[in-house]
Design a binder for this molecule. Structure first.
Ligand SMILES: [Zn+2]
Length: 111
C-alpha cells in the first residue's frame, strides 16, 4: 500500500504520519526514501493500534519521557514508536519482514 503524500508547507517537522496520509513540509522530501520509510513505519504502527490508541499512547509515552528526561528532544526520541522507526528507517526490507506490533520490544525501560 502506498500512502498518499501531502505537502504541508507550514508544518514544522519534515514529515508526519497522519493515517492514512504522509505529510511532508516540502515537495522535494518525496524523494527522501528514509523519511518516507520512517513515516510508513508509523502508519503501520497506527494501523495495528487502530489509529486513535496509537496517538494516545504516543502522547502518554512522550509525557512520561518528558517527566523522566526533562528535555523535549530526548523525550521525543525515546518514544517507543520513534525508537522503532528511527532504528529501521534505513532498512528497505523492514516493513516487509516486520512482525505485528514490532514496537513492543521498545517497551523495555531504557536507562
Ligand atoms: Zn517518527
Amino acid at each position: 500500500m502506498a500512502a498518499p503524500i501531502i505537502v504541508v508547507p507550514f508544518m514544522k517537522p519534515a514529515g508526519m504520519a497522519l493515517f492514512p496520509f504522509i505529510l511532508i513540509h516540502d515537495e522535494k522530501l518525496k524523494a527522501d526514501k528514509t523519511l518516507i520509510r520512517h513515516e510508513n513505519i508509523h502508519l503501520q504502527q497506527q494501523i495495528e493500534l487502530l489509529v486513535i490508541p496509537f496517538y494516545l499512547l504516543y502522547v502518554i509515552n512522550y509525557l512520561v519521557n518528558l517527566l523522566q528526561y526533562k528535555n523535549h528532544q530526548q523525550a521525543y526520541i525515546q518514544i517507543i514508536f520513534e525508537r522503532e522507526a528511527y532504528q529501521h528507517e534505513n532498512d528497505v526490507d523492514y516493513l516487509t519482514n516486520r512482525k505485528l506490533w514490532g514496537w513492543i520490544k521498545y517497551l523495555k525501560i531504557k536507562q
